[in-house]
Design a protein around this ligand. Structure first.
Ligand code: SF4
Ligand code: SF4
Length: 362
């Protein structure tokens, strides 16, 4: 497979490479399973205005169109904007990013407990009829991005996580036909399957402008994290992004990274948020591969600084559920100038947190 770095000359990719080189690359993760097109459009709109470099999306045509619409809206507000690039996340093998919750309405007693558990407000309990007191449970499949939080809140076991199963070849063909040439591949526990699957879609992969591989601590041992990094580099060459993934779809928050700072193992046992992705980045950076390292999974506005403090030289940060959670109060009403300004301010704080205090590293 050809080296990716030789194919990154497209003008619209150059500012991404530049951001990676200068280590202030920011990716908004809409969610590999988030198919609520209005939310995707609004998030893309706000984060384009905030200066995000890449917007990571579910690999479906309507989601891609929604993101492009959001970016175009941002360009109308700010024509000098450097356009963020839409990236599609594609599953090569079983990966926790690709799932949705399924509701068994026969079991649901409409208690409403799960409503508050969902960070994207995918559930609602409404009165069936104004004159009656009977309630109904409403679930928006599109809003569910598969975080997996809600089943444990349900006392009747009405909520179950189901994997979605897109085929990599068809998905990649569709994405390329839509002009999406920046792709993130997700793969499962069996890392050696990666070579097999990638070989089957080699001709399509060679058409891409930039490739990211997501390497997750949830699925892999420390040894396999290292092996996966080497494998991705061997298969796709230098200039790829290795996304060091921690706790997928977790919302980011705790400061237990101190464990790591104190030399403690923060591998699979750590009940932390971004410490897991920092752990993955720490393992991979020791291998000195000519790749870009970007963290994701449990990340927030402090994650870049934490990496620097720990001596981990990452090139960028992706923020997903934490960003979406922060913006939820504003997203449905972006025509209100105040709400739009507040949303962009919050998004900018996240984008600009990447690249801060780089000097600490020395
Ligand atoms: S809590 Fe998570 S898994 Fe459950 S509906 Fe909401 S986004 Fe989907
Ligand atoms: S927690 Fe379970 S029973 Fe209660 S409303 Fe949600 S799905 Fe229904």
């Amino acid at each position: 497979m050809a080296s990716v770095s030789s194919k990154t000359n497209r003008a619209d990719i150059n500012h991404i490479i530049n951001a990676l080189e200068k280590r202030h690359f920011f990716k908004l993760v809409c969610g590999a399973s988030l198919t609520d097109v209005q939310m995707v459009e609004n998030l893309s709109f706000v984060f384009a205005l905030a200066g995000a470099h890449v917007i990571d999306l579910a690999p479906t045509a309507d989601v891609i169109f929604a993101a492009k619409k959001g970016i175009e809206r941002a360009l109308r507000v700010q024509p000098s904007l450097l356009k963020p690039i839409p990236m599609a996340s594609i599953q090569l093998d079983k990966d926790p990013h690709f799932r949705k919750v399924e509701v068994d309405y026969n079991l649901c007693d409409v208690c409403g407990v799960c409503v508050k558990a969902c960070p994207t407000e995918a559930f609602k309990v409404e009165r069936k009829d104004k004159s009656e007191n009977r309630k109904q449970f409403i679930y928006s499949l599109e809003r569910c991005f598969g975080c997996g939080a809600c089943p444990s809140y349900c006392h009747t076991s009405a909520l179950k996580m189901l994997d979605t199963k897109p085929t990599p070849k068809e998905t990649l063909e569709e994405m390329i036909a839509l002009g999406i040439t920046v792709i993130e591949f997700h793969f499962g526990e069996n890392i050696y399957n990666l070579e097999l699957v990638l070989n089957e879609i080699k001709d399509l992969v060679n058409k891409l402008d930039l490739i990211s591989f997501s390497i997750g601590s949830e699925l892999l041992s420390d040894e396999n994290i290292k092996a996966a990094a080497y494998l991705c580099y061997r298969l796709a060459g230098e200039g790829i992004i290795l996304q060091c993934d921690g706790i997928p779809m977790s919302g980011g928050g705790e400061k237990i990274y101190r464990n790591m700072k104190n030399g403690n193992n923060v591998g699979k046992d750590a009940s932390t948020m971004d410490s897991k992705c920092l752990h993955v980045a720490n393992i991979i950076q020791k291998e000195n591969l000519p790749v870009y390292l970007q963290i994701s999974g449990g990340t927030n506005q402090d994650s870049f600084s934490r990496a620097i403090e720990l001596g981990i030289n990452i090139n960028g940060v992706a923020i997903g559920s934490y960003a979406r959670k922060q913006l939820m109060p504003y997203l449905d009403d972006l025509n209100d100038e105040n709400k739009l300004q507040n949303a962009v301010r919050i998004a900018k704080d996240l984008v600009q947190s990447v690249g801060l205090n780089q000097e600490v590293e020395k």
